[in-house]
Design a protein around this ligand. Structure first.
Ligand code: NAD
Length: 311
């Protein structure tokens, strides 16, 4: 029932995810507005579709991996979009793995559930929708080791799990529609704030005369230990194989982090919470991008804010 997969968004993440689905034996058809991305696959014999709607006509399930909310809205509800202004659709499952705001995830989920399946497909159910953003980044997309955080009906989650595990190593069910997107933006908010916090503390310690490697050793054996200190340390030379050891190249770009903090900021406003660190972190990453560091890994906040001297 999940044999024919339509995949939309063949960028840094999606191209690897689609490749892993093909390797796992799914019949995958692709769509992207970037003709070069499509050509790469069509030259290898992978079928492509001209529009999302055309793709939906031959797919049991659709996966989208697009830059932001407006792109996802366009692909679902635009002209020749997946839902194409009709009340009938062919795919019975829609999975959006893009990082977008929970409000948009919930809106699309409502749009999908107001459709019904085209007759004579043998299904009596309504189509199902999951928001399933990922953590892990490009290396994990390539290695097939992503973690999916999933919102939507539990029956859809159970049906989608084998498909998700062809692209990742872990799935976490977060509850109803939009909850996967909530989990994703909250995870990245905590990650941004902890990265800034570790950078600030390491910089202060260095300026007081203790090497960052010694401070890191202390943090990682004490209560300051976190992913930013023990797996993704922002100070050049403290850890090998992380972006800070290669001039902050590769990894998770500051541009994407600024985008995700923008989503968190909008959600904070939506629920009327007072979250001062969300606003501070968002402003720091916005400035950092405006000053030309948008393509550097987000751990470059150490160098940007604290004039980071190396260890
Ligand atoms: P990307 O910009 O590399 O790829 C997006 C792809 O979508 C491009 O190929 C683009 O041509 C295509 N596209 C855009 N609009 C389209 C449309 N209307 N119709 C069809 N195709 C369209 O982005 P990415 O890095 O692959 O990220 C995708 C999503 O995953 C984003 O939401 C991002 O926040 C999230 N994410 C990225 C990372 C990462 O490290 N790159 C990690 C976790 C999550």
């Amino acid at each position: 029932q999940l044999e024919n997969v339509g995949f939309i968004g063949l960028g840094n993440m999606g191209s690897h995810m689609a490749t892993n689905l093909i390797s796992a034996g799914y019949k995958v058809t692709l769509h992207d507005i970037n003709q070069n991305a499509l050509k790469y696959f069509s030259e290898k014999g992978v079928p492509v579709a001209e529009t999302p709607y055309q793709l939906s006509e031959s797919s049991d399930v659709i996966i989208t991996m697009l830059p932001s909310s407006s792109h996802v809205m366009e692909v679902y509800t635009g002209t020749n979009g997946l839902l194409n202004g009709t009340s009938e659709v062919r795919p019975w499952l829609f999975i959006d793995s893009s990082t977008i705001d929970p409000q948009t995830s919930r809106r699309i989920s409502r749009d999908v559930s107001s459709c019904h399946l085209k007759e004579n497909e043998g299904f009596t159910k309504k189509p199902l929708m999951l928001d399933a953003p990922v953590s892990g980044g490009v290396p994990a997309a390539q290695a097939g080791t992503l973690t999916f955080m999933v919102g939507g009906l539990e029956e859809a989650y159970i049906a989608a799990k084998p498909l998700l595990l062809a692209m990742g190593k872990r799935t976490i069910y977060c509850g109803g529609p939009g909850n996967g997107s909530v989990a994703k933006i909250c995870n990245n908010l905590a990650m941004a704030i902890s990265m800034i916090g570790v950078s600030e503390a390491l910089s202060l310690g260095q300026n007081l005369g203790v090497k960052a490697s010694v401070l890191t050793n202390v943090f990682n054996s004490s209560s300051a230990r976190c992913w930013s200190s023990d797996s993704y340390n922002p100070v050049p030379g403290v850890m090998q194989g992380v972006p800070s050891s290669r001039n902050y190249e590769g990894g998770f770009t500051s541009k994407l982090m600024a985008k995700d903090l923008g989503l968190a900021t909008a959600s904070v406003a939506e629920v009327g919470l007072n979250c001062p660190l969300t606003a501070d972190a968002h402003n720091i990453y916005k400035r950092l991008c405006e000053d030309g560091h948008e393509s550097k890994d987000f751990s470059c906040v150490f160098r940007y804010c604290y004039d980071g001297k190396d260890d």
